[in-house]
Design a protein around this ligand. Structure first.
Ligand code: ZN
Ligand code: ZN
Length: 246
């Protein structure tokens, strides 16, 4: 299994950056995980949209969904040109209802509600969602295939079960929005880099990749604070492909 980071920023991108978007591939399976601002142009530099197997939207905040609404136009063109016949499967939380209702589009996608622990098979990948804690329902995912497991935190603040949810993952892609100083000043609704690293250590994951980075953040501080808790850590790099191996 391979993970390509298309965008690593939230809640808006840095200059020349993009918001959350990750391409997960295994054999012929091509799964897009989140589709925030700036992701679509990068996605098509790695894969033809005709070959996409499915899309997971972790939650319905715009920094994870905005380019999805543009991607639908590409699906429509593909349909009109006879290149797409089957609706593309999309998985997303059912709330907020008004956001969920916007996902369906002219029969070109088949939208599925995500439920806690309800596994879905996406090509050769077994995907299991788990509920995080965020200002809207947000699901992290455990993706298993080819003998390896990738865990994705999505957006969440800390909760006691998180380490159980991602236990033993070979690669843990985890949000790291804040520094410890920002936490002390009252920042909530997301994780600090140190909290992400604490979860990685407690869960016994192989490697930790920090993502959902604020464009205003001093990234050296994030990396240093995480490294004290869990040395096998790096900042997610846009455009880079990571091998997920056991
Ligand atoms: Zn976000
Ligand atoms: Zn969010």
């Amino acid at each position: 299994m391979e993970l390509t980071v298309l965008g690593r920023y939230g809640p808006y991108p840095a200059a020349k950056g993009a918001c959350s978007g990750y391409l997960v591939t295994l054999g012929e399976t091509r799964l897009l995980l989140d589709c925030g601002a700036g992701v679509l142009g990068r996605l098509v530099s790695f894969v033809s949209l005709d070959n996409l197997t499915g899309i997971i939207l972790s939650h319905l905040h715009s920094d994870h969904t905005s380019d999805y609404f543009v991607l639908r136009y590409a699906l429509e063109v593909a349909y009109l040109q006879g290149r797409q016949r089957e609706p593309l499967p999309v998985w997303a939380p059912a709330e907020p209802a008004e956001e969920f209702a916007r996902l369906d589009y002219r029969g070109l996608v088949s939208v599925h509600e995500v439920e806690e622990g309800q596994a879905v098979e996406i090509g050769g990948i077994r995907a299991v969602p788990f509920a995080g804690r965020h200002s809207v329902p947000s699901y992290g995912w455990l993706l298993t295939g080819g003998g390896a497991t990738l865990a994705y935190s999505a957006d969440t603040e800390p909760f006691p079960e998180l380490e159980e949810k991602v236990r033993g993952a070979d690669l843990f892609l985890c949000e790291a929005t804040y520094t410890q100083a920002q936490l002390a000043q009252g920042a909530r609704n997301h994780l600090t880099a140190a909290q992400a690293a604490g979860v990685a250590r407690a869960a016994g994951v192989g490697r930790l990749l920090l993502t959902h980075l604020s464009p205003l953040q001093d990234l050296d501080v994030l990396l240093r604070e995480a490294g004290r808790e869990f040395p096998a850590v790096a900042l997610a790099e846009e455009g880079r492909t990571y091998r997920v191996r056991a």
